[in-house]
Design a protein around this ligand. Structure first.
Ligand code: BES
Ligand code: ZN
Length: 424
């Protein structure tokens, strides 16, 4: 009898403890990851309506705090964010479609800045008159180099912002860039982590700076996001070969060629591998906001996100026309016509803040987003375990064009000279 009582009491204690742990986990999770979201208000209305809801119970409890311009602002927990992602995916074929902010004030500022940002301003008098430097660099671009970086990055189980492998991949990129920079002992290059608050992203962003020889305060930014995601789960395999190892690989090749040829820019060039893009543009938003607050003079931004899947509609590249700067987009088309004649170039648009260029555009910096294929004809395997280089026939031929565009952008916007061709 005593033995039975003891077993009964012990079982009760164990059961209650188990319940306590479950409840604790549930509530700490929800509490720790609440974010303020900005999202297209008519799309959100559709999702919250009966037709769009499809039993997403926890979203029903989310109240829209306010609407500014086209954007609704609301506070969501982890579960609600997941539900909104899948609803956006099912209803509008977007991967998540919203931008995440740590507090209400930041969300409001984003919505107001988005309303004020224009695609029509022109900061720079664009010229194309530096062919010796540009053509020397273009001759060095190597497809096997880009391919290898894509393979190396997609070999991580995932590069998710909150997984240990996402921290390892951040270190890998920083070390790789540092190694390339070490070939140039000019003291004009620095590489640093840009750390984020842990709740925003345990994964740091990475910034490499090549200081300008004449106008060090005038900055040109080239960026790609380092994180990857599998929409079916936090720990699921996310090779992210196209999205966006391909963009980081193009930046890495651009850096390698600059270092190899001894290119010295007149204006400062910064390469950025953004953290946590896939969960609401968090890394780039933090950086663009800090640059605007410090009144930094960024003359141009280029985003490379998905560069290695050609699509089937016959385009070699398209310019994304929303959340970008029209004058700089034209400059990029002119660069392509001059330095890569024969390419078929189109226009396309995302219809929402689909990548990190939007963070810079939001802060009224001129941003461009040259993209792999017309929107909708791009790589349909992104955010799955199948986003591997096999989708691009195991080569990086398409990505080569984007590295060449990046090098011509640097040569003609930062200006400067190459040691191998001239006294420099
Ligand atoms: N690389 C995608 C964006 C993309 C996909 C652009 C297809 C063009 C065509 C990016 O990494 C992404 O998934 N973005 C999210 C938005 C972000 C704010 C979370 C998306 O598209 O929903
Ligand atoms: Zn991406």
């Amino acid at each position: 009898m005593m033995r039975f009582m003891r077993t009964f009491i012990l079982s009760c204690v164990a059961f209650c403890l188990a319940i306590f742990v479950v409840v604790q986990n549930g509530s700490t999770n929800a509490g720790a990851s609440e974010f303020w979201i900005t999202v297209d208000s008519s799309e959100l209305q559709h999702i919250l309506s009966d037709r769009g809801s499809q039993q997403r119970s926890s979203l029903k409890n989310a109240g829209v705090e306010r609407v500014v311009g086209d954007l609704a602002i609301l506070k969501l927990n982890d579960v609600q964010m997941e539900e909104l992602s899948s609803a956006m995916h099912d209803n509008f074929h977007k991967c998540s479609g919203y931008v995440a902010h740590t507090n209400e004030n930041d969300a409001l500022t984003w919505a107001r800045d988005q309303y004020a940002a224009t695609t029509e301003s022109q900061l720079v008098n664009y010229t194309i008159d530096n062919p010796v430097a540009v053509n020397s660099m273009l001759g060095y671009v190597s497809e096997p180099q880009i391919r290898q970086t894509i393979l190396d990055l997609s070999a991580f189980p995932n590069r998710r912002y909150n997984q240990s492998s996402g921290l390892q991949s951040a270190n890998w990129i920083k070390d790789k860039w540092a190694l390339l920079a070490a070939r140039q002992s000019r003291g004009q290059v620095s590489i640093e982590f840009f750390n984020h608050p842990t709740a925003t992203s345990p994964q740091p962003s990475i910034i490499m700076t090549v200081w300008g020889t004449r106008f060090p305060d005038e900055i040109i930014v080239l960026g790609a996001h380092q994180d990857s995601i599998n929409s079916s789960g936090q720990t699921a395999a996310a090779p992210g070969a196209d999205d966006d190892a391909s963009g980081v690989a193009c930046l890495t090749e651009t850096i390698r060629v600059m270092m190899e040829t001894g290119f010295k820019p007149e204006r400062t060039v910064q390469f950025m591998a953004y953290a946590a893009e896939e969960v609401g543009l968090r890394g780039s938003n933090a950086i663009a906001t800090s640059y605007r607050n410090a009144n930094k003079n960024v003359l141009g931004v280029m985003q490379l996100d998905m560069t290695n899947y050609r699509g089937t509609q016959g385009y070699d590249m398209v310019m994304i026309t929303d959340n970008t700067n029209a004058a700089q987009n034209q400059f990029l088309r002119d660069l392509l016509i001059t330095y890569q004649p024969g390419l078929t170039i189109g226009n396309s648009s995302c219809g929402y803040a689909c990548s990190d260029h939007a963070s810079w555009h939001n802060k009224s910096y001129p941003a461009s987003f040259p993209f792999e294929a017309p929107f909708g004809n791009d790589n349909s395997a992104i955010h799955t375990a199948n986003d591997t280089i096999a989708r691009s026939n195991n080569n990086a031929n398409h990505a080569v064009r984007f590295s060449k565009l990046a090098l011509s952008y640097i040569g003609e916007l930062a200006k400067g000279c190459v040691a191998i061709a001239t006294r420099c």
